[in-house]
Design a protein around this ligand. Structure first.
Ligand code: PEP
Ligand code: MG
Length: 929
């Protein structure tokens, strides 16, 4: 049977039919469960139903998929039974299983899991007999009913303010029996709970809870397949660009129990610190508990290491005596298991050469590994771990550079609290520093309110008792997340770190009242809408709003950037129109300006009047008069920019937007304009009306402006060259590159170039001095790409304006695409927003053609990109493969682009696959079909 025909892969007793390389087919969890067996780790036996079967389910439905897998699942179950010495569904010697999802990419908590499957009223008796532990058995049974009914039978609270129906029963029982903590429940209590739960299921769903273990199993398998398309999973995939057609695998594994008493436990651990990247094994565990208790944040767990436990106690202001007595670490409570865990985590990190996130269960003193995967981590941790692992000899330089996701660098550049403002802030509580960053916003208690806040451009903090995957959209929308319960491995913490969002968890002093929408901290009561601020790096919670300031970058960040620059063959420039932006970009390592949009300079207060005067002038003489006013201002602005970029090339684009973008549309301003020009308001209005265009983006703009009003290009050229010569005297080296926008024909380019060169000659003569400069063009009209060989006869460089090129290639208006793009993305008509991620197959072809044709005419043609795509990693890789000299992006994306450029070069070298040196060919990589 080939791998594709095989629907089920087994593992257990240090043997496996799969391995870590088979993530596509077995999902990350399944592939790693196999791998852990192969490297000799203690893993409960089980099997994985392939992702292909999820695809089959999605296309052909339940009957077809069950028909296909039934026999292999039965055979695989025999293998579990054999290794466990028990039998699934047997009344006397039962074997229980877990059923878990697991796709190719980790999607923490987004899909479903069912534990303790195989229990019914008869099996319960057998299990009690077998274990002699009725409390544990009844507890497991009630947990199973609760999970199964929610996941498979769709039993959920009716509204967001309502409590979970099962939790309500538990609360009621507590009240009746005088029980305060869950740990005080007896076997009899749990037994009663089972019966109440079953009644509730019947009442809610109008069906009996299924008693046949095989029926339970098929129900669970289908529910896991279904969970691939649940709303939160779909949303998570959109957010992380995970294709919808990958599907999930289903992992069925013999249950091991962390809730069999005081010598049993369950935990989650990280081989390094996922917030800071510190090389410190850490994690949390709960004695006498099942796995979901740790992640759900229902009980605040204890730390695994003594060091971690002491740090935790100091943050929580707990004395060493209390800590040791009430919250001891695993290192103290189960030293030999702890040692075993240490050895395993070291072995896993060495094996995978990456930080691992592991799940384990201890059943009556025996350690079992349930999962390992490459851990999600913050941007800061990602950088530090890559550099540390390089220093430790685990990764070579190239692997270290490839290890960091360029987009995650964005987080490091995020603002932090301004110390001055922080000094005056009122500290009201302390939680765990679950995900770093600084966040300030208004309190909301529900995910949909957070979304609403974001829609209204309000900064909000999502405050929850605990978060569940249902809250994902709200977490994305919020500036930060605060939870009352849960530890560092709670859902909120893990997901927030994954998305680089500030999160404080386990603010134990917080009393949250969803009904009244308040959060109390001692006597202080905060309402929905009140401002709070969170420091995710310290866990501190402040009342009120705190100002933020720019982040300070670490030495590891600098080291990474230096390493990256060794490999990148493309330079990274920035799009900047002010000296301030230019300085910021230079600090981030920009090697020049790839686009200075001169029109942005004209919007400022003192310039807009002269600009308007120029636009509204009746004739050339009037325009020249106004341009004469603009010249010194433009020259001064450019001097500032050249100074900031001393010694580096600066590409200055001549005026591009349609002129009516500058004219006053409000009566007040029109009156002011009329006065200034000494004409009537009506004349101003008539002139404005005459400038109306039906398709301004395709209208009188770009080089069409400079060619019809050459005096504008003349003034701008003069300003550029005079600024450069003026600075030369002061020892500042300006390297101007004059760029013509929106060229579509050679003649357009030639006409502009002539204006530039003639003006330059005049300026040089007048000044008695000269300066080196070049003249090139944007390639942003499809025709320009197709006749690039001709245009290169005149243009000395090309800069791809992929914003306009995308607009004109697709025929999607940049300004109106918001009306249909969301629908296109949601319905898979487009895989990505082409204004963000370069469409390699369409727009990319034009780029490739233009680059090839341009170079054929002018072998030393300099080629770059200055559209938004110049800061987007997959587009940058494409630019590298096309052979561009540089990419240009906004200042804050410069580090991202530097890293992405290095990765592109390393990947190309590694592949050394010449075929890649063109447009990507595999269907999966296609941005659009
Ligand atoms: C472009 O079109 O890609 C470009 C950089 O120019 P603008 O965004 O100013 O139109
Ligand atoms: Mg453009």
């Amino acid at each position: 049977m080939t791998n594709l025909q095989k629907t089920v892969f087994t593992f257990g007793s240090k043997k496996a039919q799969g391995d870590a390389s088979m993530k596509d087919l077995l999902g990350g969890k399944g592939a790693n469960l196999c791998e852990m067996n192969l490297i000799g780790m203690p893993v409960p036996p089980g099997f994985t139903i392939t992702t292909e079967m999820c695809k089959l389910y999605n296309s052909e439905g339940k009957v077809a998929v069950l028909e296909k897998i039934k026999e292999e699942v039965h055979t695989a179950m025999l293998q579990i039974e054999d290794q466990m010495g028990s039998k699934f569904g047997d009344n006397l010697n039962p074997c229980l299983v877990s059923v878990r999802s697991g796709s190719r990419a980790s999607m923490p908590g987004m899909m479903d899991t069912i534990l303790n499957l195989g229990l019914n009223d008869k099996v319960v008796e057998g299990l009690i007999e077998k274990t002699g532990n009725p409390r544990f058995v009844w507890d497991s049974y009630r947990r199973f009913i609760q999970m199964y009914s929610e996941v498979v039978m769709g039993m959920k609270p009716k509204s967001k303010e309502d409590e979970d129906p099962f939790e309500e029963i538990i609360d009621q029982l507590k009240h009746e029996k005088g029980v305060k903590l869950d740990s005080e429940f007896t076997a009899e209590h749990f037994k009663e709970m089972v019966s109440l739960f079953k009644n509730a299921v019947k009442q809610f769903t109008a069906t009996d809870f299924p008693t046949d273990p095989w029926e339970q199993l098929w129900g669970a398998v289908i529910a896991v397949f279904d969970s691939w398309t649940n709303e939160r999973a779909v949303y998570y995939r959109r957010l992380n660009h995970i294709p919808d057609d990958w599907g999930t695998a289903v992992n069925i594994q013999a249950m091991v129990f962390g809730n069999m008493g005081e010598s049993s436990a369950t935990g989650v651990a990280f081989t390094r610190d996922s917030s800071t990247g510190e090389n410190l094994f850490n994690g949390e565990y709960l004695i006498n508990a099942q796995g979901e208790d740790v992640v759900a944040g229902i009980r605040t767990p204890q730390q695994i290491t003594l060091e971690g436990s002491r740090r935790w106690a100091s943050v929580a202001a707990i004395t060493e005596e209390v800590r040791a007595e009430k919250f001891p670490s695993l290192e103290e409570t189960m030293p030999s298991i702890f040692q075993e865990l240490i050895d395993i985590q070291k072995k896993l990190e060495l094996h995978y050469k990456d930080m691992q996130d592991i799940e384990f269960t201890i059943q009556e003193g025996k350690l079992w590994m349930l999962q390992t995967r490459n851990a999600k981590r913050t941007g800061a941790a990602m950088v530090r771990i890559a550099i540390d692992m390089h220093k430790e000899g685990l990764l070579d330089e190239e692997a270290a550079v490839l290890r960091v996701d360029p987009n995650k660098l964005d987080e490091l550049l995020h603002p932090v609290f301004d110390p001055k403002s922080l000094n005056q802030a009122a500290l009201v509580a302390q939680g765990l520093p679950a995900s770093p960053g600084a966040a300030t916003g208004q309190i909301v208690f529900f995910a949909d309110d957070a979304e609403l806040g974001a829609e209204e451009n309000r900064a909000v903090i999502l405050v929850r008792i605990e978060t569940s995957p249902e809250d994902l959209k709200g977490m994305v929308a919020a500036q930060g997340i605060l939870t009352a319960r849960g530890g560092m491995t709670s859902h909120a913490a893990v997901v927030a770190r994954g998305m680089g969002k500030c999160c404080v968890s386990g603010g134990e002093r917080l009393q949250i009242d969803y009904k009244n929408r308040t959060v109390s901290i001692g006597d202080l009561v905060l309402k929905e809408g009140d401002w709070i601020s969170l420091n995710g790096s310290t866990g501190k919670i402040y009342k009120g709003k705190i100002e933020t300031t720019a982040a300070v970058l670490s030495d590891d960040f600098d080291t990474l950037m230096e390493m990256a620059d060794k490999y990148a063959t493309m330079k990274v420039r920035t799009n900047a129109d002010t000296p301030k932006d230019a300085e910021v970009a230079r600090r981030f390592g920009a090697q020049g300006i790839g686009l200075c949009r001169t029109e942005h300079m004209f919007f400022e207060e003192d310039k807009i009047m002269a600009m308007r005067e120029m636009i509204l002038a009746e004739d050339e003489a009037g325009r020249r008069k106004a341009l004469a006013k603009l010249l010194p201002m433009q020259r001064k602005d450019l001097e500032g920019i050249f100074e900031a970029m001393n010694g580096l090339p600066v590409t200055i684009r001549l005026l591009d937007p349609p002129l009516h973008e500058f004219v006053p549309h409000e009566l007040e301003n029109q009156k002011e304009m009329a006065e200034e020009m000494r004409i009537s308001v009506k004349s101003v209005q008539d002139k404005i009306a005459s400038m109306h265009e039906f398709n301004p983006m395709l209208g009188h703009r770009g080089c069409r402006l400079g060619n019809t009003y050459p005096e504008i290009s003349e003034m701008q050229t003069r300003a550029i060259l005079e600024a450069a010569i003026n600075l030369k005297k002061a020892g500042i080296k300006a390297l101007p590159e004059i760029m013509i926008p929106l060229t579509g024909t050679l003649a357009e380019m030639q006409m502009q170039k002539q204006i530039v060169t003639e003006t330059a000659e005049k300026v040089f003569l007048e000044k008695g001095d000269s300066i080196a400069y070049s003249v090139g063009t944007m390639i942003e009209v499809p025709r320009a790409a197709l006749v690039a060989d001709r245009i290169a006869e005149s243009a000395e460089f090309f800069s791809f304006g992929t914003n306009d090129l995308t607009q004109m290639t697709f025929g999607y208006s940049r300004d109106d695409a918001g009306k249909f793009l969301p629908f296109y993305l949601e319905n898979g008509i487009l895989k990505n927003d082409p204004f963000q991620v370069l469409d390699q197959n369409g727009v990319g072809q034009l780029i490739k053609i233009a680059a090839e044709k341009g170079l054929a005419t002018r072998p030393d043609l300099k080629i770059g990109i200055c559209g938004e795509h110049g800061g987007e990693p997959s587009s940058i890789e494409f630019c590298h493969l096309v052979g561009m000299n540089y990419v240009s992006c906004s200042p804050f994306r410069v580090p991202i682009a530097r890293l992405a450029a290095a990765q592109a070069a390393i990947k190309e070298k590694k592949n050394s696959n010449k075929e890649v040196n063109s447009i990507k060919k595999t269907e999966e990589d296609l941005v659009l079909l």
